[in-house]
Design a protein around this ligand. Structure first.
Ligand code: G3P
Ligand code: MG
Length: 247
């Protein structure tokens, strides 16, 4: 299945300019003219899907401990902005549902990365897709991705006709078997580690390539010259200025 993804995707919103994976971060991305954002979803102890990257709370909130062991009623009390800057003090961790409502209002496309805590690969996809099935209508502007093949397989079983993206970190020789089996629309690679021949191998197999996380405009241009289609970036304005516009 083919999907049209813009050249620039705001990573965790606009992670360089606002606390990642928050409403403020996607608002910042939209203000910069970004058309799509990537955000991460995982489950609280009581299976509430929240927008959050790490397995633990310390780095980006005033809480501590594992997300998978914390109830939503405790997660919602946490403060998720002042670690980034005082001006963001008081902001909260959004639920997937709250985030989707904002994205729809802002007319942003969504790459939802299923980022399960260990052992929750299947249920995280199930719960996230259940929310999306109720809220998200425009499936040309929705890409479900994951490093976890079980999560993608679950997404395929539940909603085979939604677009999926295979996330690849270290190069995997069997990437094409996985991509074919999981029937993905994009292959999303680590753009700072990948080699030209790997990019070319994916292009030869006709898969669109998205590269994460590209903040260096010189690397962005290089990857673009190799044929990479889209870029996850913390600094959308920087990449916007440096990439050649391709329609
Ligand atoms: O989906 C691209 C990128 O977000 C994957 O890595 O760790 O930033 O979620 P990470
Ligand atoms: Mg991510």
């Amino acid at each position: 299945m083919s999907i049209k993804v813009p050249q620039i995707i705001g990573h965790r919103g606009a992670k360089g300019y606002a606390p990642e994976n928050t409403i403020e971060s996607v608002q910042t991305a939209a203000d910069m003219g970004v058309e799509w954002v990537e955000i991460d979803v995982k489950l609280t102890k009581d299976l509430v899907p929240i927008i959050f990257h790490d397995e633990t709370l310390e780095r980006t909130t005033n809480g501590s401990g594992k997300v998978a062991e914390t109830l939503y009623e405790d997660i919602r009390q946490l403060e998720a902005g002042s670690w980034f800057a005082d001006s963001f003090a008081g902001i909260k961790i959004p639920t997937l549902e709250e985030m989707c409502e904002v994205l729809i209002d802002l007319n942003l496309g969504l790459n939802l990365e299923i980022k399960p805590c260990p052992g929750r690969e299947k249920e995280t996809a199930e719960v996230a897709l259940d929310v999306l099935s109720r809220i998200w209508d425009d499936h040309d502007r929705l890409l479900i991705s994951s490093f976890q093949h079980v999560s993608l397989e679950t997404a395929m079983d539940i909603a085979g006709d939604w677009h999926r993206g295979l996330l690849v970190d270290e190069w995997q020789e069997n990437w094409k078997d996985l991509a074919d089996y999981l029937d993905v629309s994009t292959v999303n690679i680590n753009g700072n580690e990948c080699l030209r021949e790997q990019v070319e191998e994916i292009i030869d197999m006709d898969y669109p390539i998205l590269a994460y996380t590209i903040n260096d405009p010189i690397r962005g241009r290089e990857l673009q010259s190799w044929g990479v289609d889209g870029f996850f970036t913390d600094v959308p304005d920087v990449l916007q200025e440096s990439l050649l516009t391709v329609h």
